[in-house]
Write a protein that binds this ligand. Sequence first.
Ligand SMILES: [Zn+2]
Length: 355
Amino acid sequence: MIIDAHVHIFPSLKYTVSRYNNIRFSPQLDQKTIRDMWGRMKTNILDERYIPGLGEDVNFRIDNYGKFYWTKNGKECWMQRFPAILRNIEWPPEQMIASMDEIGVDKAIIQAGYMEMNFEYKYFKEINEKWPTRLFGTITIDYDIEKDRNYRQKQIDKLKKITTNISSIKGVYQAFPRGQKIDDKEFEPLWKELLNMKIPHIFYVGFQPKEKYLQSLKQIEKVLRKFPDLVGVIGHLGGNIRPKRNKNYSDGKELLKVLKLPNVYFEVGYVLAYENWKLWKENYQYPYPLHTEFIRMIYEEVGCKRFLWGSDMPNLYRTCTYQQCLDLVRLHFDFLDEEEKKLVLSGNALRVFRV
Ligand SMILES: [Zn+2]
């Protein structure tokens, strides 16, 4: 049995699917991701003066093969946001299943976040009905403590209704706007409800300045200490992997405090952190020696019982193939024995997501 704890499926994110409205958030949000992903994804320029400002008119465009384009300071700039194998940023469930079959993956957890949240859960529901034993969903809600209690209660009610009606929803992905103080007591109804429903919360951390990143890890730690039965998952290797000379560089040890808690899980296989040759040089190359070193460091402190293999398909194809990502664990993690590899590739995910 092999379970991929991190995949995505979406209808064309470039074009609205005719029977749905408001599938995407807005081009403004797409434009904002350029700043969030700067120094991570491939761009034709590394100089920060070319990052578009919030709401700045830079003639933002998306081509047919995953590239974002804009014009700033007289220069035509691009970022490879989605892999070029996706035409019009579409990754249908059939293609995800075919990819899983190709390399022998049995089940996958679809992480939420690319679509407007109400659209998204309806879309996942249709997928789950067609492939009830292969694909499992997660949902997101807008538990915003800057809005009133009544609004938040409605979000919790929606979460309860969806998870009750759609049995294949196995987790909640980033249930709150980033940057909010999640150890505030106003957040407790959310954590208690997740405990009640016995579903994990996947945190979207990192992809932000170091101070904010460290702050968010501290808050996650506080919450998961206070609610020891609440299960938290941290993906993207924490989200702030940067080369040493970058101002947001940290060595990964900042994650250990939270990962040492028994109710925290960590995704391995996120090699997209090392996708940019201009930044990483030889370390960008398969089998990603810095990724292995990083996971081994955590393994030595925490063990392997909290590792979940997650590919981030189809985005993974910005770096290597699906087969190669699986083989990272199977062939290249020589610090794990066979039983430990089984835990990373399925045993731990079975416990967390109960699929
Ligand atoms: Zn992802």
